[in-house]
Design a protein around this ligand. Structure first.
Ligand code: CP
Ligand code: NVA
Length: 334
């Protein structure tokens, strides 16, 4: 195979299915470089004079702040638009919004519902668009997650056993399955069979695995899933945009798939726990409190003891969002 240099200039990041393993590894390594620059206090205003806009149809802490700080560290102007303060969707189509913003800005971040909306923004704006989460995929999270895994397993990502517990057909389950397949990890989804990713996406990933040496499987048995795992990952049981009425059903369906100390004990002794956050690991949130009152449970997808354990990497993972988003913007806007 010819060794091609990676050049992502002008590209959008809509889903990792569009990227080669070399391109994904390049973004992970570049994220590490930006982390080193930040840690050593080395200025890196490499994109001075450029401007970006952040469009959010859903709420956010990590993604918004990562784009804002990363943009400012790179020397760019940053505009934030929330659902209440732009015309998009209500009075102006995605297509028209894209055609306007593409004339003002060098890059656009979008967090919303439909994957087709972010694809349309990219097709019509003429500038790089970064998907900050849709119902289907969360690709910027993936670069941060794989950087976190690599920091903990410096021998490399290939061949690691990566287990996702819970709602396997949400944006996180889908994205992690795709990313593990691309990078040659062994992905196991452990959750109810009703909440598996679409069959066509699973098939696509299995095809990718033939090239990369990875694998994809699903099970409803937490012990066999966790045995010898290097990474145990979970996400909230009800994603943004889903109706509150679903809580009862999800709690019933997903309680057997909570990440507990017992689950961690089955994993490899060097296993780490990861979560994209936010997480319901206690009752210190309004939703956590309401759920405790209504259903009598004080933890949902993960036990507080696991979340707070020495195996937990959730806050390093959150920090890595900022470094990796910086890498993504730099690689595509340079
Ligand atoms: N993980 C993540 O995307 O967090 P936010 O919803 O806070 O952006
Ligand atoms: N699945 C979650 C991820 C949050 C980062 C959601 O969409 O709400």
């Amino acid at each position: 195979m010819i060794d091609m240099p990676v050049n992502l200039s002008g590209r959008s990041l809509l889903k990792l299915l569009d990227f080669t393993p070399d391109e994904i590894n390049y973004l992970i390594d570049l994220s590490q470089d930006f982390k080193n620059l930040k840690r050593t206090g080395t200025p890196h205003r490499y994109l001075e004079g450029k401007n970006i806009v952040l469009l959010f149809q859903k709420t956010s802490t990590r993604t918004r702040c990562s784009f804002e700080v990363a943009g400012m560290d790179l020397g760019m102007g940053v505009t934030y638009l929330d659902p209440g303060s732009s015309q998009m969707g209500k009075k102006e189509s995605i297509e028209d919004t894209a055609r306007v913003l593409g004339r003002f800005y060098d890059g656009i971040e979008f967090r919303g519902f439909k994957q087709s909306d972010v694809e349309e923004l990219a097709a019509k704006s003429g500038v790089p668009v970064w998907n900050g989460l849709t119902d289907e995929f969360h690709p910027t999270q993936m670069i941060a997650d794989m950087l976190t895994v690599k920091e903990n397993f410096p021998m490399g990502l290939k061949g690691l056993k990566f287990v996702f517990f819970g709602d396997c057909r949400n944006n996180m389950g889908n994205s992690l399955m795709v990313t593990c397949s691309k990078l040659g990890l062994h992905f196991v989804g452990c959750g109810p069979k009703e909440l598996k990713p679409e069959a066509s996406l699973i098939e696509k990933c299995k095809e990718i695995c033939k090239e990369t040496g990875g694998s994809v499987e699903f099970t409803e048995d937490p012990q066999s899933a966790a045995t010898d795992a290097n990474v145990i990952y979970t996400d909230i049981w009800l994603s943004m945009g889903e109706p509150d009425e679903l809580w009862e059903q999800r709690i019933k369906e997903l309680s057997p798939f909570r990440v507990t100390k017992q689950v961690m004990s089955w994993a490899s002794p060097d296993a780490i726990f990861m979560h994209c956050l936010p997480s319901f690991h206690d009752t210190n949130t309004t939703i956590g409190e309401e759920i405790a009152e209504k259903f009598g449970i004080t933890e949902m997808e993960v036990e507080d003891d696991v979340f707070e354990s020495t195996q937990s990497r959730v806050f390093e993972e959150a920090e890595n969002r900022m470094h990796s988003i910086k890498a993504i913007m730099y690689a595509t806007l340079r």
